[in-house]
Design a protein around this ligand. Structure first.
Ligand code: MGD
Ligand code: MGD
Ligand code: SF4
Ligand code: MO
Length: 670
């Protein structure tokens, strides 16, 4: 029997595609795009198609596992749940609930994945992770500037005269924006790409700017200085809707164009041209996550926001400083699902510094880690420290679909369902504002269970069964409740498969900003309330010639660790043979300096660790730049995070994954 169903891609991605899944004899036989989805229109990427392989793989975890004398042995669910619950009870009695750490990330965009928080809050409140490896620095920066991080609707790009793609690898990571760019280009819209690596998106650009990694704030400043010199700024917007502009002017007066050319390695003429582009409204800016993963990352995003603001591109069709689109997630009642008021104790570590947090925790020490929707051993910076920290804890419990590097370290591994094996609704606060319905299409293999089932079973054993005595449908309705008055219900969603959420297609068009002053804040009151300098600043990456010349002498090359093409983070490597090795991409000058040829084995190293891989020479990349894609498994060459730093960004909410100096040398071919 064959049936075709419409559902959603659950992967952590800009696009949240509508999928069309063929089910044959109770198994997923094919994953295609849903042509009726207004944004994604039937086009999906290989990662989405591979959800079939993820579901059907012979490597799926099928039974609960317990480590005994260093080896995993199969145990029953009854035993697994009883033992984990007993430990949770004992920890609560002896040390307090914050002796448990919940380590997680955003592996699945399902609404019901928020029920993990409900479990931990009802348990009493555990040590939670704050900030984000992904976009934390930029979200906080936009919150200081606008009061929130909102993007324009995808179709609004039709109103843009120019589109600036700033540090976003669109063709690889955001394929439907790439489709829009191709269409915009046909209409005559000018496309500008600012990126130290010349990627596929740059190939279609009318103008490509290669910037020195981590120095984008100086580029934005150079453009602004030229804009003010040429009188291209929007004085009406600045006067009516902003505060702190005189601080910006003062800052720009004190820095010369020559200095900015030198810092960015971008010619002044390019800055002048960009000033004219920004002045010739509307210009849309699509910021990626690239330039905010530095120690100065929040400040960088703030300078780019400031450029968008002074050029009058805020709140107008075709404009925008498009970074996150938090208005999407804000449509749902997450608190009704998570019950934050139920916790009576709390402690936080930042996502970046979870390893240090674990190793240094006192009163109470961390006695147990529960990992869900995340693979910290490959994805969190400073892998060697993460490994040490996780190994130091008595009990590590991992809910997983596969035996990842993190699962391999665990004491208990609990097998969970994949997307087509459970019902949920999916959305992402990164790009478009459609919510997609995802029905349960097939039975899970072996004894795999949903995360929700596990939480409910543990809750029963810990005395708060009532908090989980709801059906999936009831939980979904809880989360969707605020949407009812907009006519968005679970029933309609089931019928129509995707619905547009009530968000603003052109944010800030009413100029009512969510900042303390109600205006766009060049100088942030919120930052000042948090005890930080609210002014825009001159800041450098932490691992740079300027900030740390000694380190730069020892490790003269900048390492980027961008997202892989064929895998969503670590989720596909084990399923695609051709990517099961470590590729080291180097700019031409690095290859020349070090006598490296294409295909050579090389060793990349710094004080935190080392990796060995195969050299690929990049035809066009900023000098002194190396890239190793993130997400690789230990058995296929190792995660690049053995090299990255766990330092937090300037505003403390983001990572500094791309702020990393290394050296490279030829390794012996084996
Ligand atoms: N194929 C694929 N797609 C994905 C994902 C995936 O793993 N694989 N992951 C999804 C997720 S979770 C996310 S967060 C998004 C991320 O989407 P992107 O923001 O596109 O992510 P990155 O891979 O970090 O690429 C950022 C770009 O910034 C550039 N860059 C690095 N440093 C700098 C700098 O200092 N200045 C400037 N101007 N540019 C810089 C890099 O060269 C790269 O081209 O992608 C999503 N889509
Ligand atoms: N060096 C470097 N490091 C990075 C990045 C980078 O660009 N460079 N990118 C960062 C970014 S943007 C992000 S978002 C993070 C992502 O970090 P993670 O979210 O930790 O990365 P994933 O590889 O997606 O791992 C998620 C794990 O969750 C499992 N999983 C999937 N669905 C479910 C589910 O429904 N339930 C449970 N229990 N498990 C599930 C998968 O099998 C997978 O092993 O990585 C960050 N790390
Ligand atoms: S990974 Fe992203 S682009 Fe690919 S199918 Fe899923 S949502 Fe679409
Ligand atoms: Mo991310």
């Amino acid at each position: 029997m064959e049936e075709i169903h419409v559902t959603s891609c659950p992967l952590n991605c800009w696009d949240v595609c509508g999928l069309k899944v063929t089910v044959r004899d109770g198994k997923v036989a094919k994953v295609d795009g849903d042509e009726t989805h207004p944004i994604t229109q039937g086009k999906i990427c290989a990662r989405g198609r591979m959800l079939k392989e993820r579901a059907n793989s012979s490597e799926r975890l099928l039974y609960p596992l317990k480590k005994v004398n260093g080896q995993f042995v199969r145990i029953s669910w009854e035993q697994a749940l009883d033992e984990v619950a007993d430990k949770l009870r004992e920890i609560k009695d002896r040390y307090g609930t914050t002796a448990v750490l919940h380590s997680h990330d955003y592996a699945n965009n399902g609404l019901l994945k928020n029920l993990d928080k409900r479990f931990f809050n009802c348990y009493g409140g555990v040590t939670e992770l704050t900030g984000s490896l992904c976009w934390g620095a930029g979200i906080e920066a936009q919150t200081w500037d606008f009061g929130n991080s909102y993007s324009h609707a995808p179709e609004d790009i039709q109103n843009s005269r120019h589109v600036v793609i700033w540090g976003r690898n669109v063709a690889r990571t955001n394929m439907h924006l790439f489709q829009h760019l191709l269409a915009a280009k046909k209409r005559g819209t000018k496309i500008i790409v600012i990126d130290p690596l010349f990627q596929q998106t740059a190939q279609i650009a009318d103008m490509y700017v290669s910037v020195k990694p981590g120095m984008d704030a100086f580029l934005a400043m150079g453009i602004m200085k030229e804009m003010l010199r040429l009188g291209l700024e929007d004085r009406v917007f600045i006067a009516r809707h902003t505060v702190g502009f005189s601080d910006v002017e003062a800052m720009l007066e004190n820095i010369t164009m020559e200095k900015m050319e030198q810092l960015t390695e971008v010619d002044r003429s390019v800055m002048t041209e960009l000033a004219m582009i920004y002045g010739n409204r509307p210009t849309a800016t699509y910021l990626g996550l690239g330039m905010q993963r530095y120690a100065n990352g929040g400040n960088t995003i703030r300078w780019i926001d400031a450029l968008v603001a002074i050029s009058g591109n805020v709140g107008i069709p075709g404009g925008g400083a498009n970074f996150g689109n938090l208005q999407v997630g804000q449509c749902f009642d997450i608190a009704a699902l998570a019950l934050p008021k139920r916790k009576t104790a709390s402690r936080t570590f930042t996502m970046m510094k979870q390893a240090e947090g674990i190793l240094q925790a006192a009163n109470p020490e961390i006695k147990m880690i529960i990992v869900t929707c995340g693979n910290p051993l490959t994805q969190v910076p400073n892998t060697n420290l993460v490994k040490k920290a996780f190994q130091s804890v008595d009990t590590v419990v991992v809910f997983e679909q596969f035996m990842t590097d993190t699962a391999a370290l665990a004491d208990y591994v609990l097998p969970v369902t994949t997307v087509f094996e459970e019902e949920d609704v999916y959305y992402s606060s990164m790009y478009h504002a459609y919510v997609n319905y995802g029905p349960k299409l097939v039975k899970p293999p072996g004894e795999a269970k949903s995360d929700l089932w596990i939480w409910a079973e543990l809750a029963k054993r810990l005395g708060f069964a009532a908090d989980f005595a709801y059906t999936r449908e009831e939980f979904l309705k809880m989360g969707l409740k605020p949407l009812q008055r907009h006519g968005i219900t679970l029933e309609r969603l089931k019928k129509e498969k995707h619905l547009l959420l009530p968000v603003q297609p052109v944010p800030w068009s009413d100029y009512r900003f969510q900042t303390p002053s109600g205006k766009y804040e060049f100088t942030s009151a919120l930052a000042q309330r948090k005890g930080m300098n609210g002014k825009l600043q001159i800041m450098y990456p932490a691992e740079s010639e300027i900030a740390n010349p000694l380190l730069a002498k020892k490790y003269p090359y900048r390492l980027l660790t961008i997202h892989p093409l064929r895998s969503n983070h670590s989720q596909h490597y084990h399923l695609v043979e051709s990517i099961q090795s470590l590729k080291i991409e180097v700019s031409k000058d690095v290859a020349e300096d070090k006598g490296l040829a294409e295909g050579d084995k090389a060793r990349v190293f710094n004080d935190r660790g080392e990796l060995i891989g195969t050299v690929k020479i990049l035809a066009k990349a900023h000098p002194k730049t190396i890239n190793i894609d993130e997400g690789q498994w230990a058995k296929f060459g190792g995660s690049v995070n053995v090299l990255t730093s766990d330092r937090e960004s300037d505003n403390r909410y983001g990572s500094t994954l791309y702020d990393c100096l290394v050296n490279i040398e030829k390794a012996e071919n084996d």
